[in-house]
Design a protein around this ligand. Sequence first.
Ligand code: GUN
Length: 288
Amino acid sequence: MTLIDGKQTSAEIKAEIAQEVKQMTSAGKRAPHLAAVLVGHDGGSETYVAHKIKSCEEVGFKSSLIRFEDDATEQQILDTVAKLNNDPDVDGFIVQLPLPKHIDEQKIIEAISPKKDVDGFHPVNLGRLVAGLDTFVSATPSGIVDLIKRYKIETSGKHCVIIGRSNIVGRPLSILMSQKGIDATVTVCHSRTENLKEIARTADILVAALGRPGFVTADMVKEGAAVIDVGTTRVPCADTKSGFRLKGDVDFETVSPKCSYITPVPGGVGPMTICSLLKNTLKAAKQR
Ligand code: GUN
């Protein structure tokens, strides 16, 4: 079994990005600029955004954080999005999800200029992905494909089963995995899927992206499968300073002995997600 090291791989990709930024700035161009909008104080969102800002610094990007309290209005967020869309100094930006219940997430996503939508959540960018056109691919699916490629996991003609159909992970990943050049045969499973266990057992590549800690157990995995765990649920833990730890959607202890490859949580898909966001921001900067 090979443990897929997302931390190491993301460090390699970040070094490549940092090199490109150096070349841009030595040629007199300004560094790419990523902005993030954070509403409220959700612990997970705070951590993700802090990591994104830190990663920008590591590769030499400019970053900015625009914060709002939980009671911010939808109009305030829409106004901020409009400002960022029109700010020539900002190459790309994200609005961290989830947003408070009184704000319509889809409305906010659709207000973001597709040219600055480095999360790849706008319907134009999702549509371009489906059509096989150049686009900003959302960060988690893009990071998963990078890991699969860098570890030379065979995909052509292989059966990839994805558990989870979100617009952020499962659905775009299903498009990527079936694209020419990757050529997997893809099955998307979800909460209404019958015989999920039997389908999962036929996977050469099994992706768990449903957000239920420990959902994938050894009896759902074929001997020799590659298993990608997208889950990052915070569960209480007495042994850590924060009082919680991250738990994946895969029961690592029982599943890992059966796998050819497996991503750990933390340190698997998570660090790659931020890398993909940086890659999209670099691309946005080059396109402007
Ligand atoms: N919340 C969880 N993952 C993401 C992400 O990739 N982007 C944004 N904007 N919010 C998230």
